[in-house]
Unconditional design. Structure first.
Lengths: 280, 319
């Protein structure tokens, strides 16, 4: 299979510094402590071979898993700015520079276009390592542009969420991205184009309460944390422990908010099947 | 004009003057000294002090005013602005949420669908209203009423005042995130005009869940932000003690929001805040709603929806 070769090439070349999981030969599973080599993990779609724990991966790795070939990256010119002059323990401006340097990313979402088993798909994918995958103006604008392109070219859209929610340092600008992305999705829907939402660990806050929950098909990776409020906030509010498995993908499926839980190894084929169903 | 009895901490100098006023009135009761001039003097001082304090309010002070226990809420405004109001209950799926109210009213001759957060006015009612924190069924009731309004070509006005959507186990089970997201999607395409007013607290997803509209306005002493100053302090400063700094950093006041182009205007409040003269505030609000509805109703449906979506599409700043 071509994807494996490309993944390895990717890792050995440009994407190396962008890896979500720590570098080095051995990776310990946080669920079962099983150790795997990088090679084993790549072969297993960054899932633990013992317990199937899905490691957190970045947008590049998702693109490698989903697309037949390296996708064309879009809207890469967009960069965040500090509109508010926000300073907490660190100025936002500095936080952005540091994070950009550390991650090699400009912001928390990348958009790629390419073929999935020969079907064209636009994929917008969040990067958790960029300030917790938080949604600011750049995330909203890239999604808006991706939707415009999808409408213009009549392509389906996939958004992969991996986020703590809104970006506080952009305050109401961040909040308005909920309205912006949802409003743009309403246009995509009116144009009759399918939108697939994949929720991965974690998907919380304003992202869940906007585009993540609005898929024509809502998908999630196994055992991902998905919710509106974070578990800590809920615990502090209700002052009791949370039930076992609360806010996991499996919990959301039972509650009726997901169409399907998909293992990462099945993701590509699931997507290409869905694209074909909606092409009818 | 009613004088609010609950003073906020930054209103301490006014409270002191009121205490002086009370003392003089006590002396006056004994009837030996003419106190009328002293009373006028102190009342004048109170007015000047209030002007001085309210001229330069900080973000945190506005947050405090927005939470004043005597501040008017949705049902007060609707009852003052409209001749008749028929509240409509329930989301038709699960239950009737008490933190969001809605119904039909006549604003002079125009039927309007009012939807708003509702807080309680005493301890018991505050609990009954869940402190203005809706569960998913609140947002679903709101959507049901908006679709009803759309069916009969009735404009929608939302009044926003919430410390946030409720973060609870059942809220998550019933899809708090989905309920808010669905409202945003549907409100973007709603065929009737939507006017939104922040009348108190505009906390994040809980506020915007009924807050996407053709025009969005904030009352002068309200706030709108992605997070409350307290939670922001807790997360970014790792302590609850930086709420004042957080309130400044978030730039959450009506003035800031208007300057950033994220809202369409600021509705003035009486000196001392809306609770100082609720009737006057309701009158101002009514005139404001009427003017804006009249303008919005002149547009064709397609044009209005296009302008609405274009407005939100332009929000956000990038390099
Ligand atoms: Zn494992």
């Amino acid at each position: 299979m071509g994807w494996f070769k490309r993944l390895r090439e990717g890792i050995q070349t440009t994407t190396e510094e962008k890896k979500e999981v720590p570098d080095g030969l051995w990776h310990k599973c946080i669920e079962c402590s099983h150790t795997s080599t990088t090679k084993e993990l790549i072969e297993n779609f960054w899932c633990c071979s013992q317990c199937n724990h899905h490691f957190r991966i970045d947008s590049n790795t998702y693109f490698d898993i989903i697309f037949d070939k390296k996708p064309k990256l879009l809207f890469e010119h967009l960069e965040p700015i500090d509109m508010l002059g926000f300073v907490d323990l660190k100025p936002y401006k500095q936080r952005l520079l540091d994070t950009q340097k550390k991650t090699g990313l400009k912001d928390a979402l990348s958009v790629g276009i390419g073929k999935v088993n020969d079907n064209t798909l636009i994929v917008a994918c969040m990067d958790f390592k960029f300030i917790g995958g938080s949604m600011g103006s750049v995330v909203g604008e890239k999604i808006a542009l991706a939707i415009d392109l999808a409408i213009k070219k009549k392509y389906p859209l996939l958004i992969i969420s991996k986020t703590g929610g809104a970006r506080m340092m952009e305050s109401a600008f961040s909040l308005m991205q909920m309205a912006k992305t949802s409003a743009k999705l309403s246009q995509l829907g009116k144009a009759g184009l399918p939108y697939f939402s994949l929720m991965t660990d974690p998907t919380t806050g304003g992202v869940t309460a906007s585009f993540a929950m609005l898929g024509d098909v809502n998908l999630a990776e196994p055992k991902a944390l998905i919710g509106f409020a974070g578990p800590r906030v809920i615990k502090e509010t209700i002052k009791r422990d949370l039930p076992e498995g609360f806010q996991t993908s499996e919990f959301l499926l039972e509650a009726g908010f997901l169409d399907v839980i998909v293992k990462r190894k099945d993701l590509k084929d699931t997507l290409s099947n869905l694209i074909l169903f909606f092409k009818n | 004009m009613s004088n609010a009895q609950v003073f906020l901490e930054f209103e301490k100098p006014i409270e002191v003057l009121f205490e002086q006023l009370d003392k003089i009135k006590e002396v006056g009761k004994e009837g030996e000294i003419d106190i009328s001039k002293s009373i006028i003097d102190i009342e004048d001082k109170i007015h000047k002090k209030r002007l001085e304090i309210y001229k330069n309010l900080t973000g945190w002070q506005r947050v405090q005013i927005s939470r004043h226990p005597e501040r008017p809420y949705t049902l007060y405004y609707v009852s003052k602005m409209c001749r008749q109001f028929q509240e409509l209950h329930g989301d038709r799926y699960f239950k009737d949420d008490k933190a969001i109210v809605g119904g039909l009213a006549k604003l002079d001759d125009q039927t309007v669908m009012f939807i708003g957060h509702q807080k309680g006015t005493n301890t018991k009612m505050r609990q009954y209203r869940n402190f203005g924190m809706p569960n998913p069924e609140g947002y679903r009731k709101a959507l049901r009423l908006m679709k009803l309004a759309e069916k009969f070509n009735i404009p929608v006005v939302t009044l926003i005042d919430t410390p946030g959507a409720y973060p609870g186990i059942e809220a998550e089970e019933r899809g708090q995130a989905e309920a808010i997201a669905r409202n945003l999607l549907e409100m973007a395409q709603l065929k009737v005009p939507i006017l939104c007013y922040i009348i108190g607290e505009g906390a994040s997803g809980g506020a915007i869940g009924i807050g996407l509209g053709d025009r969005v306005f904030m009352l002068e002493n309200t706030w709108y932000s992605v997070i409350s100053p307290e939670s922001c302090s807790s997360i970014l400063w790792h302590s609850w003690d930086y709420k004042e700094q957080a309130a400044e950093a978030l730039k959450l006041t009506a003035d800031h929001m208007y300057k950033f182009g994220l809202i369409d205007g600021v509705v003035p409040e009486p000196l001392g805040g809306a609770h100082h003269n609720p009737e006057e505030t309701a009158k101002t609000l009514k005139a404001h709603i009427k003017k804006n509805l009249a303008e919005l109703m002149k547009l064709s449906v397609d044009k209005r929806i296009k302008i609405r979506i274009d407005k939100y599409s332009a929000m956000g700043k990038t390099k």
